[in-house]
Design a protein around this ligand. Structure first.
Ligand code: CA
Ligand code: CA
Length: 493
């Protein structure tokens, strides 16, 4: 079975629109559409209350249950709705993944007077020896929750640094006296432990213990089956390795995990996987950047290099491939949106090839109405082709700077499987590709790209065509007829 992960949100979803309820109702449809895992947005209360997308974490134990930050519900709904939705998705056979944001906390309840050191934001290893007094919002008592589930009170001793001093209303980078940045983090800016808000000190055993306790509580309360780990390059690699190991041991379950390590160099990602003892998978950020460059490259990109330096080409089993996400969408912090003309081709590349675990973005599947961005119209068809046809040996034709393609030869246990894909970042054209001798004489129908059907020759080859800046996907004709009939009649043929 070819799995598909769905990132089930985009940044600009309207708040208070019942997203959890909506996903619960969609569970069976998503399963029918081939979704096998779902990455759900952060479910706990953020500093921005019901307008917080979820990454401005305030209280990990408030899943839309307590009147905090201006509302009981989160942006997506209530705790009860969340739990019902997870159960419905689990019942539909979809692996539910919760978004875990450990790097920082925001929206502290009380100010503390704390001794701090100034840090050079461009090189965080440069810490001033001088100290000064800061007024920091580092005390979290969660007055709305009143100690329910955990009576842990966070204060400045739980954090390494902040970027705001209330005393002078100054935005700058400060290290809390007696603390140091974690060393096993990304090396950008000298040390990239600090990202935003109050940076959580996971080296503190009380903090680590509390986060493990929360992890157990969260799995048990929610019914989730795995995690998407946010901003892992800003968090001690050893901590996350130990945290996952502890939860896997305590629950006796495998607990799938995929981490977001935002870096364009696959070597950095592989090094991180090694350092965590391969405790997780990672999103293939380098591949996303290839897609981004192609889509803005006016045909100048050399398509032969499409998979060079990607995670999927070095660690296929650990690569979660994606086209765009909530951070890369227009207006967001890591904006690097893959331009519309190349979207379908990019999805063909992640959905129809042998390697990689593809993650489909909500904003591509259903559009981003707030930005007037429509859905990728070919995406549902490509998902269906992944489910029904993307099996068997793969033959690559990455042999031209503009037009590249690949074929899948199908497998016997999947009647009608096999396909051919051709894409171009320049002019249109043709390519002779082999789909396998077992298809000799068969017709391949163009399901995406609007080309004419082709007949496979005696040697198992056919000449496939693609339009300028387009993508074509061909599949054995009978398989589509069969599946269309099956959908119409609602029974197996
Ligand atoms: Ca950090
Ligand atoms: Ca080119």
């Amino acid at each position: 079975m070819n799995g598909i992960m769905l990132q089930a949100f985009e940044w600009e979803l309207p708040s208070g629109a019942g997203h959890w309820r909506k996903l619960r109702k969609m569970a069976r449809k998503l399963s029918r559409d081939g979704v096998t895992a779902i990455w759900l947005p952060p479910a706990y209360k953020g500093a921005g209350g019901k307008n917080d997308v979820g990454y401005g974490v305030y209280d990990l134990y408030d899943l839309g249950e307590f009147d905090q930050k201006g509302s009981v519900e989160t942006k997506y709904g209530s705790k009860e709705e969340y739990i019902k939705m997870v159960a419905a998705l689990n019942r539909a056979g979809i692996q539910t993944l919760g978004d875990v944001v450990f790097n920082h906390r925001m929206g502290g309840d009380e100010k503390e007077t704390v001794t701090v050191h100034r840090v050079d934001p461009a090189d965080r290893r440069m810490v001033s020896e001088e100290t000064e007094e800061g007024e920091l919002y580092t005390r979290f008592t969660f007055p709305g929750r009143k100690g329910r589930y955990s009576d842990f009170v966070w204060d400045h001793s739980c954090f390494t640094g902040v970027d705001y001093n209330e005393r002078d209303r100054e935005h700058s980078l400060f290290l809390i006296d007696g603390k140091s940045w974690a060393q096993d983090v990304d090396a950008e800016n000298g040390n990239f432990d600090y990202l935003m808000g109050n940076d959580v000190d996971v080296s503190d055993p009380r903090v680590a213990g509390e986060l493990t306790k929360w992890g157990e509580w969260y799995l048990k309360t929610s019914g989730l089956r795995g995690f998407r780990l946010d901003a892992v390059k800003h968090i001690s690699a050893a901590f996350l390795k130990n945290w996952l190991a502890a939860l896997r041991e305590k629950t006796g379950r495998e607990i799938y995990a995929v981490g977001e390590y935002w870096h364009s160099d696959a070597e950095v990602l592989v090094d991180y996987l090694e350092r965590t003892g391969n405790a997780m998978n990672l999103f293939d950020v380098p591949l996303h950047f290839h897609f981004h460059r192609i889509s803005h490259g006016n045909g100048m990109y050399d398509m032969r290099t499409l998979f060079d330096g990607t995670l999927v080409s070095t660690r296929a089993m650990q690569a979660v491939t994606f086209v765009d996400n909530h951070d890369t969408q227009p207006g967001q912090s890591l904006e690097s949106w893959v331009d519309g003309w190349f979207k379908a081709a990019a999805y063909a590349l992640i959905l129809l090839r042998k390697d990689g675990y593809p993650c489909v973005f909500w904003g591509d599947l259903y559009g981003i109405p707030s930005r007037g961005i429509g859905k990728v119209t070919e995406l549902e068809t490509l998902m269906r082709l992944r489910r029904e046809c993307a099996y068997g040996d793969q033959c690559d034709y990455f042999d031209h700077e503009n037009i590249v393609g690949f074929t899948r030869q199908g497998i016997k246990s999947r009647p009608g499987s096999g396909l051919a894909v051709l894409l171009s970042d320049g002019a249109g054209g043709e390519k002779r590709m082999c789909v396998g001798k077992h298809f000799a004489g068969r017709v391949f129908r163009c399901c995406v790209g609007g080309q004419k059907d082709v007949r496979v020759d005696r040697e198992g080859y056919a000449v496939f065509a693609v339009s300028g800046g387009g993508v074509s996907v061909y599949a054995p004709k009978a398989s589509l007829v069969t599946s269309a009939l099956r959908r119409l009649s609602g029974r197996r043929l």
